[in-house]
Design a binder for this molecule. Structure first.
Ligand SMILES: Cc1ncc(COP(=O)(O)O)c(C=O)c1O
Length: 389
């Protein structure tokens, strides 16, 4: 088994309280505040009343933040975001021969939902768009009219493959007007981009702890209509990912069925406090947008080219086309930036070489100004005089 090489010649100037570690310029796990990290220094008993109250408080705060209302529930699920997505697909997507789920795809996370549905033997149909463009609502509507057996529509809000933001409100309202159950993967957007479940007509929404709320990894959450949840009893394909059972146990005992990620939950509770203190979704979105504007302006000045137009790219993560220069090598670029205290992200495009820089996490625009200075140094060291793709 090969193990990753440690980076030599470290000259980090990283996040507060952890200056020897890099800023994570990724879509999560991401950089968290020192107070979120400090919250994890205590060991909480999963049966203790204080812990159970904290879990209840997280669940109700998330429902409020999603604009869902009293007839919705929040179910927390151990594991990464995909575990929560899969639990929701198993609970809400039709079984059998007639009804099916439409997955709207413009990147890897739509494909992943299809893979899960196929694996758990649920009928699925797809509508695929180019990775470089947002989903076209008119085409989704045409697909719904053409196939009346579609019962659930699965939509990704921010497709983190590229950072493209799909027109969520318009898409969801259109699907709802056709009587569909609307399932939204808002993994990388919830907490920073506007989303109102009631107003948009969203029945199910999934996100996770280590994204825009700025917690640490350990669990995901499904916010969904109570009626749908009740109807899902006995439908799950898995014991550990049985969303109904997880909910029923949480309602009855205020506990998880199986060992909860206690430290991640306590950190998340602190992260929610900081989210509210910052000014909620609007303020968080503004900070990320400022990070993004600082990054894009400076990168373009250096000659880098983005994959997406600014009107569709959103403030979560930016995709840059790899320089065509023969001296450019992503691993060398990555290692160089890592030495300067910045961890960036490889590209995930199927057709073009690219890399990504996340603008979410406990970061402000000053971090991106420092990043640009480091990028200039690394390009110079690599002998790349033009980063044009
Ligand atoms: C839109 C979207 N969906 C699903 C996932 C999967 O989440 P995880 O990697 O936590 O399983 C991600 C991860 O970044 C994501 O961005």
């Amino acid at each position: 088994m090969s193990s990753p090489k440690a980076t030599s010649n470290v000259s980090f100037n990283g996040p507060e309280g952890q200056e020897d570690m890099p800023y994570l310029l990724t879509p999560g796990p991401l950089t968290t505040s020192s107070s979120v990290k400090l919250a994890m220094l205590a060991d909480w008993g999963s049966r203790d009343i204080e812990f159970r109250q904290l879990v209840g408080d997280i669940r109700s705060q998330l429902v409020t933040m999603s604009g869902a209302g009293d007839d919705y529930e929040c179910v927390l699920m151990q594991g990464s975001g995909t575990f929560a997505i899969e639990a929701g697909l198993g609970a809400f997507c039709p079984k059998g021969r007639t009804k099916k789920t439409l997955v709207v795809i413009n990147g890897a996370y739509g494909h992943r939902a299809v893979k899960i549905l196929q694996h758990i033997n649920r009928p699925v149909t797809t509508l695929e768009f180019d990775e470089e463009t947002p989903v076209d609502t008119a085409k989704v509507e045409a697909a719904l009219k053409a196939d009346l057996d579609i019962e659930v529509v699965f939509i990704v809000h921010c497709e983190t493959t590229t950072g493209v933001i799909n027109p969520l409100k318009e898409l969801c309202q259109t699907c709802k007007s056709h009587g569909k159950t609307v399932y939204v993967d808002a993994m990388s957007s919830f907490g920073a981009l506007e989303l109102n479940m009631k107003e948009y007509g969203i029945d199910i929404m999934v996100s996770s702890a280590n994204k825009c709320i700025e917690g640490v990894p350990g669990f995901g959450y499904v916010i969904c209509s109570r009626e749908l949840l009740e109807k899902s009893k006995g439908k799950a394909h898995s014991v550990s990912l049985d969303l109904y059972d997880q909910w029923a146990a949480m309602e009855k005992t205020a506990q998880f069925r199986f060992t909860p990620p206690t430290h991640a939950l306590v950190a998340f509770h602190q992260a929610l406090r900081e989210h509210a203190k910052e000014g909620g979704v609007v303020a968080r979105g503004k900070r990320y947008q400022k990070n993004c504007d600082t990054l894009l302006t400076a990168m373009r000045k250096l000659g880098f080219v983005t994959l997406l137009d600014d009107n569709v790219s959103g403030p979560i993560i930016q995709t840059f086309l790899s320089p065509a220069h023969s001296n450019f090598d992503f691993d060398t670029f990555y290692d160089g930036l890592r030495r300067h205290g910045f961890a960036i992200y490889p590209g995930k495009l199927t057709k073009r070489d690219s890399f990504r820089i996340g603008t979410i996490g406990k970061l402000d625009s000053a971090v991106f100004t420092q990043l640009i200075a480091a990028i200039e140094i690394i390009l110079d060291e690599m002998g790349v005089d033009s980063p044009l793709p």
